[in-house]
Design a protein around this ligand. Structure first.
Ligand code: GLU
Length: 554
């Protein structure tokens, strides 16, 4: 009579390594006490989801702040859903937000670290070694059920109102005689490998999650698939083998995995592997019509990290936003430590939100706006240049043609105690400032400018020509503004809005209207950055030329 060992040898004739060999090959890491080993384990099945960036950022921070190790493992066992090129693009996008692994998968041709391979499809021997062991101790077995049989099983369980799945009395091949299994294998009947659970769904197990706290969960009794017909392991099994042999100390992953935790715990215990700590992170939600729902790939552009890259949200704004949703005490800390780097903040598990983190695009914009406003113009210029190089070629050309000029534009009302907060993302900049560039200014239709309809065209003309005749850009800002007030008064406009409000009939308008004539003439728009600065940057000659051109078209 054949035994489990014979079955294991028949299924894996070429596997000669043992679990003990693997334990030796991947020794415990020599890290200081408290150092965390965390990982991000993406599947190369599409774009980087904002929720995944959140998970990976948090995982990375926990490792870095404890002088531990953060690594990336590519979970590419679902070959049907794999999208070519997505793994590398995922890694590149993570890098944009400072999520840089100490070790692991870097690209299809590069990995770093002694605990690899870090790509699951390259780890077949490791999984097979562990599965061979499980078969040889009778805790894994081949299952020959066809899809039809499994469908029938589900229908039967539904009709009996029983828990669906492959377990206990419904697990047809669980106690199948080894001899017969060997016969089927020799007959080349297709099979998969299942884990043999000893659990009972009437039992409860207790577990401490680093974020969720003490949990009472239903014990696993499902004989889950561990090796698929394509020879690759399932997530449940592979993550466990990897987290053990890569010596992960904290499995930080999305809370959608919490329901399968009992399976993982049973597997760890069966193999005699020490359980890592688990921290199930909140899923990112959105409020819509008063209801919470998950950020959705289909409905929400902000579900994809590429959206933030394309729009040009500065990485420090977006990262900081993610930290505010990670830890409830982040913002208070930030307000008290404005001069510190946001990475000086220590994340903690007990300050994580428990029931879904709410995503708020307006807040991403606000934080970004605040932070961008305090950047030096030359620093911001570098950031914008990098962004524009990829996402707005026209803008990029303008910047590199004359960086000094662009920096002076960026410097309008910047580098002072209370800088202006005009931009919350790089893509906001060009539409606001493109009029500075002559070729863009030329495309503006001067015969169709947005003049205030209540103003008389002859008055506008008179004000503009007068300004050209008396222009003096050598004045400081106060002096210059006084010159605009004088201009206003010369043409029957009040030099002060309050004065005008009290006695509107006595004036054609007020100094603000006069500034608007100049602003529209120079920029083509009713809103522009500080008019004095605009004139300083354009210089006297251009200011006069632009106004003359407009005068000829009114
Ligand atoms: N590959 C899994 C996923 O993409 C990873 C989950 C985990 O971090 O363990 O969801």
């Amino acid at each position: 009579m054949a035994n489990y060992n014979d079955l294991a040898n028949l299924i894996f004739p070429n596997i000669t390594t043992t679990i003990a060999d693997l334990e030796k090959r991947y020794p415990k890491r020599n890290l200081k006490p408290g150092a965390m080993v965390t990982r991000f384990a993406p599947s190369p099945t599409g774009f980087l989801h904002t929720g995944s960036l959140f998970t990976s950022l948090v995982s990375c921070r926990f490792a870095k702040q404890s002088d531990g190790v953060f690594y990336i493992r590519l979970e590419d066992t679902d070959t049907k859903r794999e999208i070519a090129g997505s793994a590398e693009s995922l890694i590149n996008q993570l890098k944009e937000f400072d999520v840089i692994p100490d070790e692991g998968y870097i690209s299809d041709t590069k990995e770093i670290g002694d605990y690899g391979p870090y790509k699951q499809s390259m780890r077949a021997d490791i999984y097979n070694t562990v599965i061979k062991h499980l078969i040889s101790i009778g805790r894994a077995y081949p299952c020959f059920c066809t899809t039809e049989e499994l469908n029938e099983l589900r229908a039967l369980q539904e009709s009996r109102k029983e828990i669906p799945g492959y377990y206990g009395k419904y697990a047809k091949y669980r106690d199948f005689p080894v001899d017969k299994a060997i016969e089927k294998i020799l007959n080349k009947e297709p099979y998969i490998i299942r884990f043999k659970s000893m659990g009972n769904h009437e039992n409860k197990i207790f577990f401490h999650d680093e974020i969720k706290g003490d949990l009472e969960l239903t014990e696993n009794d499902q004989d889950i698939v561990i090796l698929k017909s394509d020879g690759l392991p399932t997530y449940h099994f592979a993550h466990l083998v990897d987290d053990h042999f890569m010596r992960t100390t904290h499995v930080t992953r999305g809370e959608e995995w919490l329901s399968s935790l009992p399976i993982h715990l049973e597997l760890f215990d069966t193999l005699g592997f020490e359980r890592p700590k688990y921290a199930h992170l909140p899923v990112i939600m959105k409020v819509e019509n008063g209801n919470r729902r998950k950020l959705s790939k289909r409905k929400d552009p902000e579900a994809a990290v590429s959206y933030f890259l394309e729009q040009g949200y500065p990485k420090y704004g977006f990262i900081e936003y993610l930290l505010t949703i990670a830890n409830s005490n982040y913002e208070a800390w930030r307000n008290e430590n404005l001069d510190k780097d946001f990475y000086d903040f220590k994340l903690s598990f007990d300050k994580m939100s428990l029931d879904g983190a709410l995503f708020d695009l307006a807040k991403v914009a606000n934080i970004s706006k605040e932070r961008m406003a305090y950047k030096k113009a030359s620093v911001l210029c570098e950031e914008v240049k990098e962004w524009a190089k990829i996402y707005n070629k026209e803008f990029y050309q303008k910047i590199i043609n004359n960086e000094e000029f662009f920096i002076s534009i960026l410097n309008i009302e910047r580098e002072k105690e209370k800088p202006r907060k005009d931009y919350s993302k790089y893509s906001d900049i060009y539409p606001i400032i493109s009029f500075f560039y002559d070729d863009v200014y030329e495309t503006i239709d001067k015969s169709n400018l947005e003049w205030n309809e209540n103003m008389n065209k002859e008055d506008i003309k008179a004000v503009l020509s007068d300004y050209c005749e008396n222009i003096d850009l050598s004045l400081d800002e106060d002096g210059w503004f006084q010159s605009i007030k004088d201009l206003a008064v010369r043409h029957g406009f009040a030099d002060n809005i309050k004065v005008w409000k009290k006695n509107k009939e006595a004036y054609k308008g007020h100094v603000g209207d006069v500034s608007e004539f100049l602003r529209i003439a120079l920029s083509g728009k009713r809103n522009s950055p500080n008019l004095y600065c605009v004139m300083q940057i354009l210089g006297k000659e251009k200011v006069i030329n632009r106004i003359m051109e407009v005068l000829s078209k009114i």
